[in-house]
Design a protein around this ligand. Structure first.
Ligand code: SAH
Length: 355
């Protein structure tokens, strides 16, 4: 018996190939995409404008392939965390953040992570495996539908796009699973897929150089780079990726792209108490980012057990923000949400939680 393949998470190209193999006319590809990505069906039997003969043929080898979340936890501030269980007993978390009428989905791309950043809980798990485009898209689909249900206090009026923004800031390094993430971005932004504007999507990376150029060339989403320290010797000590791919190389590449238009570039910077917020660090940042149109987003550190790091308090963060602003930087300070349910940056874990 051959195992069933999933249609959810396939690109138009892939679906067109399947349609061809099934012997169906080529317009059926569009119809299938429409059922899956616009009408959110979960059963091929529901593709009612496709002939029964083709539907039956499809059903021999294909399912839509949706997986409901197994747990939802709600934070005091309204943030919601979801747990998905995928094959091989892999547990993946995703977060919905509500702010001023906007709903941001923080999505994961890997179960665990290979990057091993010293301050990140996911990094402590090591990589279990890459998520497939089906598993990543499933998170978006399930939470889109969740937001449209009656029992959701922040139920959205905008039924077409209840999720206003997607940030690839959950578990994993998106560029370390780029073959799948590339398909995901295609499905999210194409007219035959979910049709989201790339302005609603931010891909965050620690600067995984091997796929950086391909990512910048093939997509138009916003970009966030996890910097945290502009001094190479210091960055190496908290982010092993710096040894293999110095951030200077990444920035040199970024400088070849246009950030003055619609596409935005942000540098994420966790402010650690007395570690990376001196004048010396301000000058290192100014030197590294010289001539680059970008924003620096200061992130409060969320304490991870068994790490020696201490976050700067809000007064210290504001002081650092002022120093950067006086150098001409565009600076914002991130509000941390969902801390009481371990949903905040760097706290997502593959260990199934009982809380
Ligand atoms: N691997 C990608 C995306 C995942 S992390 C990346 O590195 O960008 C999303 C953001 O949360 C990154 O900027 C990451 O450095 C940050 N982060 C990790 N651990 C954190 C912690 N304990 N407190 C605050 N931010 C953290």
């Amino acid at each position: 018996m051959t195992s069933m393949q999933q249609l959810l998470g396939k690109t138009y190209q892939e679906i067109a190939t399947i349609v061809q193999q099934t012997g169906a006319p080529s317009f059926v590809s569009k119809q299938i995409c429409d059922w899956i990505y616009a009408k959110h069906i979960s059963d091929t039997a529901d593709m009612s404008n496709i002939s029964l003969k083709i539907r039956n043929k499809l059903a021999e080898s294909y399912i839509v392939g949706t997986t409901p979340y197994i747990k939802e936890v709600v934070s005091q501030d309204g943030t919601r965390k979801y747990l998905f269980q995928y094959k091989d007993d892999v547990f993946v978390e995703a977060v919905l953040i509500f702010d001023n009428g906007r709903v941001t989905l923080c999505i994961s791309t890997q179960a665990g992570c290979r990057m091993n950043c010293a301050f990140c809980a996911t990094g402590k798990q090591s990589l279990q495996r890459n998520l497939t485009s089906n598993e990543i898209i499933n998170i978006y689909r399930e939470l889109t539908l969740r937001l449209c249900r009656d029992d959701m206090p922040q139920r959205q009026d905008n039924v077409q796009f209840p999720i206003s923004n997607i940030v690839f800031m959950g578990m994993g390094e998106p560029l370390d699973n780029f073959d799948e993430v590339k398909k995901v971005l295609d499905i999210l932004t194409s007219p035959w897929g979910y049709g989201l504007s790339p302005r609603r999507i931010t891909v965050s990376t620690c600067g995984f150089m091997p796929k950086m150029k391909e990512f910048l060339d093939c997509s138009d989403t916003d970009v966030a780079l996890s910097l945290h320290n502009a001094v190479s010797e210091e960055r190496q000590m908290i982010m092993p990726v710096e040894k293999a791919f110095p951030v200077q190389q990444v920035v040199d590449l970024l400088k070849q792209y246009d950030w003055k238009g619609q596409r935005h570039l942000t540098f994420e910077y966790i402010v650690f108490k007395g570690m990376n917020d001196s004048n010396y660090h301000v000058n290192a940042l100014a030197k590294l980012l010289n001539g680059l149109v970008c924003r620096i987003n200061l992130i409060p550190f969320n304490t991870v057990p068994d790490t020696p790091f201490i976050g700067a308090d809000s007064r210290q963060m504001q002081a650092f923000a002022s120093k950067l602003k006086s150098k001409g930087f565009n600076v914002t300070v991130r509000k941390s949400k969902g801390q009481d349910i371990s949903a905040a940056c760097g706290l997502l874990s593959t260990k199934q939680r009982l809380k």
